[in-house]
Design a binder for this molecule. Sequence first.
Ligand SMILES: CC(C)(COP(=O)(O)OP(=O)(O)OC[C@H]1O[C@@H](n2cnc3c(N)ncnc32)[C@H](O)[C@@H]1OP(=O)(O)O)[C@@H](O)C(=O)NCCC(=O)NCCS
Length: 381
Amino acid sequence: MLWQVRALLSDRPGAMAALASRCGERGANILALDVHPAADGEVVDELVIHTPESWTAPDVEQLCTDAGVFASAVTECSAHALEDQPVRYLRAAQCVVREPERLEDLLCRMLDAEPAVAGSAAVLVLDDEAGPPVALGREHAFTATETARAAELRLVAAAVLAGPGADQVAGAPAHGVGQLRRGTVVDIRPLVEMHDRCSADTLSRRYHSPMRRLSPRMARAMLLPAHGFSFVLPDEDGDGVVAMGMVAFQDDEVEAALLVEDRWQRRGHGADLLRALAAEAKAMGAEELTLIARRDDTAVLATVHRAGFRAHVRCVDGVNRLRVPLGRVSSARKQADRKPADRPVRRRMTEPLVALLHQRKELREVYAPADIIDQAVRDGV
Ligand SMILES: CC(C)(COP(=O)(O)OP(=O)(O)OC[C@H]1O[C@@H](n2cnc3c(N)ncnc32)[C@H](O)[C@@H]1OP(=O)(O)O)[C@@H](O)C(=O)NCCC(=O)NCCS
């Protein structure tokens, strides 16, 4: 008999060994294992176990309990369950390329879930602008690994739905943009209109609180700060603005802030803006810029890197303060001008992983969150 077992274990050395040795003692053979790190000192192991024919699901559950497993879900399965996970997900990616509109069905099959309903015990919801909406439900919680896999397949669907030649983001605009230039009073109305087009999430990441409509007065203060300057990225026609960045010289620091309209994000404009702000601020005597980002926001640090800089990151009062030294603007430019293929490979994190990374040091070598960079900078790497 083959059984698919989902076991919640203590995340400590030897916990899995105890289960394996209990299986061995009872004549059960572990044929596949997929480990999903979880928060709070626990780990979810998905196993495929082969047992003698006479075994029932309660027998397998008992074996797990005897081995110290906190909770287990056991279902009888076929040899299909032995398929290698990477191969399974590569096949799934091919299905998404063929039929992107069936993404949710496919994820239900991959993750043993149903479309989410009001009573679903656990839900996985992906509904930002990155791709088609997904809402899955099932009995047991979705792990960060599963969420990351679903999010990646969703990006494949978004890219296919956006059509040939389109960027990764669904709904990518067809026309282009103008040249970055200093912000002036003529940009007040376009900036207010750009705010109106930004999503609540983008505005909350910029202002760290819900943002009502930008008044012309505030727009003016942002475009022409008393001690600072701004840059705007006009649209192709020059009538509208699609991104803006500002620098404000304060008593003890020089603060920079960026805002790129949703449908223009992830096209390099944020990094271009930051480089322009940095070069101008440096020419005015600044030695470093400070950017303030929500604790769960990985995009700002990625933008700093893409612009060719490094950041010292500190979490203060629940927000990340990124201090960006401006010592090497010219080499930053060199770095930024490298072809994308030359850039060091860094993985993009899906949101649940961010929280997990703060608890799981070993994963930080794979994904690059704020704290590692912080540590690397402290260590002088
Ligand atoms: C942060 C922000 C300015 C980045 O602008 P952008 O034009 O998307 O940035 P870029 O296209 O230059 O991308 C820079 C890097 O950030 C990454 N990135 C951008 N958006 C991301 C997101 N939502 N999640 C994860 N990474 C993201 C890109 O993949 C890229 O990394 P890569 O070079 O490793 O591929 C934009 O997301 C934004 O306006 N956010 C809301 C306001 C805000 O947070 N401002 C910063 C606080 S002041």
